[in-house]
Design a binder for this molecule. Structure first.
Ligand SMILES: C[S@@+](CC[C@H](N)C(=O)[O-])C[C@H]1O[C@@H](n2cnc3c(N)ncnc32)[C@H](O)[C@@H]1O
Length: 229
């Protein structure tokens, strides 16, 4: 018997199937699939958490402390109606507010946090009085809310001041957590350290806005008069 015939008979020739080989390559495929799938899943989960750090204003997910949430509810004790938490994170402020009778909403960029918030609201039995929106706070309009809560960062507060002053009704209250607004004067402060919250009355900062715009108008008129004379 020739060497070729020997190989064919023993099943090791070209085109023959080695029972060891397919299972190894299948194992390789499974490992590649599992590792690749895990990396894709990790990327999909981690990206929304990392992305805020790459934006012009970095507003990362830092959940409110229990004392902070209590302070928010304390300063809004006499209030009712609609409430919005701008950048609602895991929904803890929205859910706590809904338990106190508010019709509460959250606007949040991170879809995972929004889905988690919806699940928590359902688990806590307040899904009917809460709503969570996957939305960029700078593209949303908060005109319909009579109570506004924000746990932001100092770099965004001046821009947010202008946005809220333009959008909110005269009867709305705004609560800032941990970082106050730069020019508004709070009507009340509650808590201390990182748990501090500041309450602002919209009529106060709206009158400032009108006064400011009147001033600007006066200044512009003055400039026009000077340049035309
Ligand atoms: C400091 S955390 C506050 C979370 C929550 N309000 C609380 O007190 O527990 C800020 C949240 O804003 C979200 N955020 C960042 N940029 C945003 C944007 N442009 N629009 C909406 N939400 C944003 C972040 O994902 C984060 O969950």
């Amino acid at each position: 018997m020739s060497a070729g015939e020997l190989m064919l008979n023993s099943g090791q020739g070209a085109g023959s199937v080695n029972p060891e080989k397919p299972s190894r390559s299948r194992l390789g495929l499974i490992v590649t699939g599992v590792v690749g799938g895990s990396l894709v899943a990790l990327y999909a989960v981690a990206t929304p958490f990392v992305a805020p750090a790459l934006r012009k204003v970095c507003l990362p997910f830092v959940p409110a402390t229990t004392a902070q949430v209590e302070n928010v509810l304390k300063v809004l004790r006499a209030r009712s109606g609609t409430l919005v938490d701008i950048g609602s994170g895991d929904g803890r402020i929205v859910i706590a507010a809904a338990k106190r009778g508010f019709q509460a909403s959250g606007f949040e960029l991170n879809p995972w946090l929004v889905w988690y918030s919806r699940y928590n609201a359902w688990r806590e039995g307040v899904h009917r009085s809460t709503s969570f929106h996957i939305s960029d706070l700078w593209k949303a309009n908060f005109a319909q809310y009579s109570n506004v809560v924000i746990f932001g960062v100092p770099q965004m507060m001046d821009q947010l001041e202008l946005k809220l002053a333009n959008e909110l009704s005269d009867t709305a209250k705004v609560v800032a957590c941990r970082f106050p607004f730069p020019t508004w004067i709070p009507e009340r402060t509650e808590g201390e350290g990182i748990d501090t919250v500041w309450v602002y009355d919209t009529s106060m900062f709206k009158s400032n806005l009108h006064h400011g715009s009147t001033e600007t108008h006066k200044q512009k008129t003055q400039i026009n008069k000077t340049s035309s004379s």
